[in-house]
Design a protein around this ligand. Structure first.
Ligand SMILES: CC(C)(COP(=O)(O)OP(=O)(O)OC[C@H]1O[C@@H](n2cnc3c(N)ncnc32)[C@H](O)[C@@H]1OP(=O)(O)O)[C@@H](O)C(=O)NCCC(=O)NCCS
Length: 189
């Protein structure tokens, strides 16, 4: 499917056994503010902890704009029986269509960690990426000490390609980052 036909319809909601992934909406701003004002959630994130509820609104706007600009798709993660209650978000921060490559991002409110939620969400997002977006490569860049993300990506079939030295300047210092990738040929074999 080319980008034109994908973006022609409504935002693509995804349904799994336990989860519903839907479009983000302005009504998610308060939950996002709560999630990102937690120091533990942003510990390995390219954000400082939120201190102003407006930052939740700005984040929703940013992700919706990226979808409108056809350069990103970020889903709201919910349970189907409570579709208004946001558990977290995941999706493609950047889609480089010319190279059939996209950069993965994910986060959950701390109350929902370690219940297999992001494993299921990534299965849905990756299937959509390879089948509907026709991606060849999905990549994720992860702080060196982010054991949860490294474990999640490894469990989801990603390969750790290497360490990017002093790759990001975040929270007042340079940080080494792992580069993970999953290729179309990795999932089709
Ligand atoms: C990373 C994150 C999304 C994981 O989501 P999750 O739903 O808790 O992950 P899952 O329960 O599906 O766990 C999948 C695997 O990840 C690993 N993992 C998850 N949490 C872990 C932790 N706290 N410590 C070590 N490994 C962990 C395990 O290998 C786990 O598999 P297992 O349960 O079979 O052992 C969540 O910890 C989070 O939101 N962190 C803060 C935001 C963040 O850092 N985002 C990533 C930026 S790159």
């Amino acid at each position: 499917m080319d980008a034109e036909s994908l973006f022609a319809g409504p935002f693509p909601a995804l349904r799994g056994d336990r989860l519903l992934l839907r479009s983000l909406a302005p009504s998610d701003a308060t939950a996002l503010y709560h999630q990102f004002s937690d120091d533990e959630v942003v510990r390995y994130y390219d954000l400082d902890a939120f201190t102003d509820p407006q930052q939740g609104e700005h984040l929703v706007t940013l992700w919706l704009q990226r979808y409108e600009q056809r350069i990103g798709l970020r889903w709201a993660i919910c349970r189907p029986e409570a579709p208004q209650t946001l558990l977290g978000t995941c999706g493609y921060n950047l889609w480089i269509q010319r190279s059939a490559r996209a950069v993965l991002g994910f986060d959950l409110d701390r109350a929902h960690w370690r219940q297999g939620i992001m494993t299921e969400a990534l299965q849905l997002v990756l299937s959509f990426g390879f089948d509907r977006m026709e991606l060849n490569r999905v990549e994720a860049v992860v702080f060196r000490d982010n054991a949860a993300s490294c474990g999640l990506l490894t469990k989801s079939g990603f390969t750790r390609e290497g360490l990017l030295r002093d790759y990001e300047y975040l929270h007042g210092r340079f940080e080494d980052m792992h580069m993970f990738s999953l290729l179309r040929r990795d999932v089709s074999t």
